[in-house]
Design a protein around this ligand. Structure first.
Ligand code: HEM
Length: 110
């Protein structure tokens, strides 16, 4: 099986705060290929004061997310990222097994 490296950022190396993580997930990163997961992002000014018209004027596009997330889902996702991924240092065997909850094949690479 071919392994494809993920499209996104390495979140283990992220230095974003909790609030910044929530904002990036809800609002995406216009012009930088990270989709916005808030269904209403850019329909009003909730994303850094910007609307779709602002993005159009600035020539910034966003990919569509595969699905959108409720605010409480984003909060839980960020809880998870902060407990297991962001700021937790490089992946190793113990963290890999903890992440998956059991010994899985993919952890043998560590
Ligand atoms: C729910 C799933 C996702 C979460 C939680 C997530 C989270 C994040 C976060 C927090 C960042 C900022 C990292 C930093 O600056 O420290 C980021 C960046 C990025 N994400 Fe996502 N992401 C998700 C899905 C995706 C998907 C589906 C794609 C692409 C199809 C994507 C593409 C990117 C890219 C390209 C960046 C880096 C942009 C740059 O640094 O220029 N992300 N993501």
């Amino acid at each position: 099986m071919d392994y494809q490296s993920p499209d996104g950022a390495n979140l283990r190396e992220s230095t974003l705060t909790r609030d910044q993580l929530v904002t990036v997930i809800k609002c995406g990163l216009p012009g930088r290929d990270m989709p916005a997961f808030d269904r209403l992002s850019y329909t009003d000014d909730r994303c850094l004061g910007r609307t779709q018209a602002d993005l159009d004027r600035m020539g910034l596009t966003l990919p569509d997310p595969a699905a959108t997330l409720q605010a409480r889902e984003v909060e839980r996702l960020v809880d998870f990222l902060l407990s297991k991924v962001v700021g937790r240092g490089p992946m190793d065997r113990a963290k890999c097994v903890d992440f998956w909850g059991e010994e899985v094949d993919v952890c043998t690479e560590y």
